[in-house]
Design a protein around this ligand. Sequence first.
Ligand code: URA
Length: 206
Amino acid sequence: MLIVVDHPLVKVHISILRRQETGTDAFRQHLTALTRLLAFPALQDLQLTPISVRTPLAETTGYRVQKMLVLVPVLRAGLGMVEGFRDVVPDTVVSHLGMYRDHRTLKPIRYYSNFPASYHDHPVILLDPMLATGGSAVDALDYLKAEGARNIRVVSIISAPEGVKKLEECHPDVRVYTAQLDERLNELGYIIPGLGDAGDRQFGTV
Ligand code: URA
């Protein structure tokens, strides 16, 4: 299920990310700010455990996150979304999943993964800024489910209808939170209008 996060600040940050004049530093800053905004709706149902908290004046009830969140940035573009989540969620685990797109076939190739021993009961957030063909997100979800993850959601910055369709067909149980649903993919698999290559824009490899 696709959830397009509708907030005025989401629109502002995404406009700055889209502009071709936006340099690497500004791109990273606005990507982090935008990711923080996406973390709130994506974690609306986060389970909490009540705890006792002592203020300087009295004892009261507080809360902690019940199960540590596992963030899974898809390398390399997903890295830019980690900081925004970590800013707002205490004590996260970051597990990396290395995938790249074969430029000829547009198919995702998995080359690296690093997960804690038991994360299966934990909420898993797949961070994939550009949901283009949906190939890498589908492959990542196949992998996470095969590893036993049961509570997974995807957070992306810009999605293409083609990628959303593929994800809904292959993983109808997974919610996808996105800042923007764009028009289409071009013949090279880039999202139009999009923002270009999210990895290159973050790391200056344009
Ligand atoms: N990946 C990107 O970084 N940009 C696109 O437009 C599509 C895939």
